[in-house]
Design a binder for this molecule. Structure first.
Ligand SMILES: C[S@@+](CC[C@H](N)C(=O)[O-])C[C@H]1O[C@@H](n2cnc3c(N)ncnc32)[C@H](O)[C@@H]1O
Length: 330
C-alpha cells in the first residue's frame, strides 16, 4: 500500500479538546495508538518535556514517522503494530494513551484499498497487518453470515436482499467495488446527499479489520499498562465504537448498588474517574472546516485503581466478537 501521503488536507479531529485534557499531565510519555498522519503526535511533541510512542497498523505511515524520528530523536518512537498489542510496550512513565479510531483520510483517498465506494478496483479494505481482504469475504462467505455482518456491523435494513444478491451474482462474476455499489443501489432507495453504500462498506471494513476485537482488547490492555493517574482518551466515529467505549468507562467508574433503596455501597471498587459522562463533540466551526469530523465523539477517563477484571465488559460484547469470528472458509 503505497499511497502518496497528503498532509495538506489533514485536520486532526478535536485537537484543541484533546490538548486541554492531556496538558495538565505533560512531562512524560504519551502513547498515540493511531498515529495516522501524525497530527496528535506532532502537537504533543511541541512541548519538549513530552515523549511519544506511536503505533499504527498501516506501514505506509512510516515515512511520516521517520520525519518525526529525525526531528525529535529519542523523544519519538514508532511501531508498526496493532493497538490490541499495546501491552508489548514497556515504559514506566506513561501519562496518557490516545485512540483516534477508524481510517485516515489518506487511507480512504488511496483508491487501491477499496475502502471508499468511489474505488474502481478490487474490494480490499485492509488497513494493515490483516489476515484476509474483503475480496475473500465477498467471494466465500455464506449468505447467512454476510447477512449477520451487514445487520450487526452496519445496522443495514436491507441486509437480507443485499446478501442474497451478492451470493447470486458471484456465481457468474467476480464482484469488485463498483459491482457491490450497483447491487446496493439496485435494492436501496438513494437518499439525498447520502450514499446508500455507507452502511455495507462500514460493516465489511469492521469485519475485515476485526475492529471490535481490536477496540475491546486495546482498551483492556491500555488500562493494564497505564499507571494510576494516567488518562485514556478515545475518539470514535460510529455508534458501535461509541457504545463500547461508553460502557468501558461507565461500568467501572460508578459505585453501584444492588438495590436502589440501600445506601450507596462502598464495596464495589471504582477503577476510573470519569469527569464527563457525556462525550465531547466538534464545534460548528470544526465541522465546517472538516466535515468528516461531524460524527466524532471524544470520551476520556483517568485510571484510579489497578486490578479490574473487565468481566462484564467482555460479556456484554461477546455477541459482536462472535460475528467477527465467523468463518468464511467453511
Ligand atoms: C483517524 S486516523 C488517526 C489520525 C491521527 N490522529 C492524526 O492526527 O493524524 C486512524 C489511524 O489509526 C490506524 N488504526 C486503525 N485501527 C488500528 C489498530 N487496531 N491498531 C493500530 N492502528 C490502527 C489507521 O491505520 C489510521 O492510520
Amino acid at each position: 500500500m503505497n499511497a502518496t501521503i497528503n498532509l495538506e488536507k489533514h485536520f486532526p479531529v478535536l485537537l484543541n479538546e484533546l490538548v486541554s485534557i492531556i496538558s495538565p499531565l505533560y512531562g512524560g510519555t504519551f502513547i498515540d495508538c493511531t498515529f495516522g498522519a501524525g497530527g496528535y503526535s506532532k502537537k504533543i511533541l511541541e512541548h519538549n518535556s513530552n515523549n511519544i510512542i506511536a503505533l499504527d497498523r498501516d506501514s505506509s505511515v512510516k515515512s511520516i514517522a521517520t520525519q518525526l524520528q529525525i526531528k525529535y530523536k529519542k523523544r519519538f518512537k514508532f511501531y508498526n503494530l496493532k493497538f490490541s498489542a499495546i501491552d508489548q510496550i514497556k515504559n514506566e512513565n506513561i501519562k496518557g494513551i490516545i485512540f483516534d479510531l477508524g481510517y485516515s483520510l489518506n487511507q480512504i483517498l488511496d483508491l487501491n484499498r477499496g475502502l471508499s465506494f468511489k474505488s474502481k478496483g478490487k474490494l480490499d479494505m485492509r488497513m494493515g497487518l490483516n489476515e484476509f481482504s474483503c475480496d475473500e469475504v465477498i467471494k466465500k462467505m455464506s449468505q447467512q453470515n454476510l447477512f449477520k455482518i451487514f445487520k450487526y456491523f452496519g445496522d443495514e435494513k436491507y441486509a437480507k436482499p443485499i446478501s442474497k444478491k451478492i451470493v447470486k451474482l458471484r456465481e457468474n462474476k467476480k464482484i469488485e467495488t463498483q459491482d457491490l455499489v450497483e447491487i446496493i443501489e439496485s435494492i436501496k432507495m438513494k437518499k439525498k446527499g447520502k450514499s446508500s453504500s455507507t452502511k455495507i462498506f462500514q460493516a465489511l471494513r469492521i469485519f475485515v479489520n476485526k475492529e471490535i476485537s481490536e477496540l475491546i482488547n486495546g482498551l483492556i490492555n491500555a488500562y493494564n499498562i497505564l499507571p494510576k493517574g494516567g488518562v485514556i482518551v478515545v475518539v470514535t466515529f460510529h455508534s458501535i465504537e461509541d457504545k463500547i467505549v461508553k460502557f468501558f468507562f461507565k461500568e467501572y467508574s460508578e459505585v453501584k448498588n444492588t438495590s436502589r433503596y440501600l445506601p450507596k455501597s462502598t464495596k464495589v471498587k471504582k477503577y476510573f474517574n470519569l469527569e464527563k459522562k457525556k462525550p465531547i463533540i466538534p464545534s460548528y466551526n470544526e465541522i465546517k472546516i472538516n466535515p468528516p469530523s461531524r460524527s466524532a465523539k471524544l470520551r476520556f477517563a483517568y485510571k484510579i485503581e489497578n486490578g479490574c477484571d473487565f468481566k462484564n465488559f467482555l460479556k456484554n460484547f461477546t455477541y459482536l466478537k462472535d460475528i467477527e469470528n465467523l468463518d468464511f472458509d467453511a
